[in-house]
Design a protein around this ligand. Structure first.
Ligand code: GLY
Length: 473
């Protein structure tokens, strides 16, 4: 964990945001995989981690704003636990690492909260995402599961977003580390993308890199020749020359900060002319969008800038036509990029998404579009120094969407459907980087991962002869 002063400062700032009441942060408990004692690798709740830093199951943190006090509730281990888990620090010692001196057994939490409610204090809690937490809060606060699901505190959500959306230097250093791990994951994926390899062999290898260098992957790996399916978790294809492979993958560091990177490469290591043409459009879009990042600029504007670059490129390629601005306004580009340009990233890969995307990515100055595709834009509001976000433009040829739009007669002023038909077996291309908004611009985080056509081909060329010799291709 970070130095205790980091957590003390965060809690103090949250008290100022919240002004009154009690903020209750239930930490996570172990979650069973296929029978009770066989659990998933433990993942602490990101908000509990942010304010208390303790990466162990079975704790709850309380910030009593009215009385300016903070507590950790949790149980010391007994001899049975020590036999299986080894000697563990006492709760009081763990709490001290977070700068907290008030501790109590978990069983005392219900009485503590009940007394607070009787004294007229409001209990603030965040939206839940695990059934166990709903049940725990329901018992603690004497409310139904439905009341817990709908009863989270908007004041607490807004306070947490205000703090957590601006990353401090310790967090930025962690995200740099997470991208450095992703560098190894992605360059390995590139080097392995040779004909005859099964996607799973590559996905499994790069997941191992994440585990070996930090923690688990920050989200289930997307790795497929069928990159037109945006979140493709099927890894059973045998790679074939002439196709491209999308790898969308990131790592969690030991302190649980994420990376989220996408690269698309030609199977076998050499782009053909058609692949290179579309790839270059996506690369131009990625680079122009990154160039535009600076404080004060609404990310929605950068999303639409990306849409213009895509449309101009596809016009050059003969796949689109007409006036670019009119095509953007109509949403014609969403045939090719039916998603948003990016999202906040931090301790969660879609940072704080569970609190409600609109609280995180939108504010009173910008509201969510109802337009197909653009409605998926997760971050639209003006950028601030300290934001960390993804820039992930893509061009996809999704046969079902092409058929649907063509059959509905949509965007006939802007789409050359005849030519688009000939790309139905093309797949998709996405190029994604993680970017910090700085005081006067931006910085792409981590070690630069090969991205230009020349860099990708060079990276893929190196192992080709070796892989051939070993008999993989
Ligand atoms: N890169 C995966 C996602 O953003 O959902």
């Amino acid at each position: 964990m970070f130095n205790k002063e980091v957590y003390i400062d965060r809690r103090n700032r949250l008290k100022k945001e919240l002004k009154s009441g009690i903020a209750l942060f239930p930490g996570n408990v172990e979650a069973s995989f296929n029978y009770p004692d066989n659990t998933y690798h433990f993942r602490q709740d990101s908000y509990f981690l942010y304010f208390f830093g303790l990466d162990h199951p079975g704790f709850a943190g309380v910030i009593d704003v009215d009385n300016d006090k903070e507590y950790i509730f949790g149980n010391d281990v007994d001899i049975e636990d020590i036999i299986w888990m080894g000697v563990q620090p006492k709760v009081v010692d763990r709490a001290a690492e977070a700068g907290i001196s008030n501790t109590a057994p978990m069983n005392d939490l219900a009485v503590f909260l009940s007394n607070a409610i009787q004294a007229g204090q409001k209990i603030h809690f965040l939206p839940t995402y695990r059934g166990e937490t709903v049940i725990q809060l329901s018992a603690l606060l004497n409310k139904s599961n439905d009341e817990i699901k709908s009863g989270s505190s908007v004041e607490l959500i807004k306070g947490v977003v205000t703090l957590k959306e601006v990353k401090d230097k310790y967090e930025i250093a962690e995200i740099d580390k997470a991208v450095d791990i992703a560098y190894l994951m992605h360059t390995t994926s590139m080097k392995m993308a040779m004909p005859g390899m099964v996607e799973q062999e590559i996905a499994g290898t790069i997941e191992g890199i994440s585990l070996a260098l930090g923690g688990p992957v920050s989200f289930p790996i997307i790795l497929s020749m069928d990159g037109q399916t945006l979140h493709n978790h099927y890894h059973g294809n045998v790679l074939a020359e002439g196709r491209m492979m999308v790898t969308d993958a990131g790592a969690e560091t030991q302190l649980h900060y994420a990376s989220d990177i996408t690269r698309t490469v030609p199977v076998g290591g050499k782009f053909n002319a058609r692949q290179a043409e579309i790839y270059q459009i996506v690369l131009d879009t990625n680079e122009k969008a990154i160039e535009a990042i600076k404080p004060g600029v609404p990310y929605r504007d950068i999303h639409f800038l990306a849409a213009r670059v895509i449309i101009d490129g596809l016009k050059q390629a003969g796949l689109m036509k007409g006036d670019t601005e009119a095509a953007v306004a109509a949403g014609a580009h969403t045939l090719f990029m039916p998603h948003g340009l990016g999202h906040m990233m931090g301790m969660d890969v879609h940072d704080m998404e569970g609190l409600g995307e609109d609280y995180v990515g939108y504010d009173e100055s910008v509201s969510r579009s109802g337009q197909f595709g653009t409605a998926y834009l997760r971050l639209a509001k003006a950028l601030k120094p300290g934001f960390v976000l993804t820039v992930e433009p893509g061009i996809y040829f999704i046969p079902a969407l092409i058929d649907k739009f063509r059959d509905e007669g949509k965007f006939t002023d802007f789409i050359n459907y005849g030519k688009v038909e000939t790309y139905k077996n093309f797949g998709g291309i996405r190029i994604e980087d993680d970017v910090l908004v700085t005081a006067d611009g931006h910085r792409v985080l981590g070690k630069p991962i090969p991205k230009t056509i020349a860099e990708v081909e060079q990276t893929m060329y190196e192992p080709r002869e070796w892989i051939k010799k070993e008999g993989f291709i």
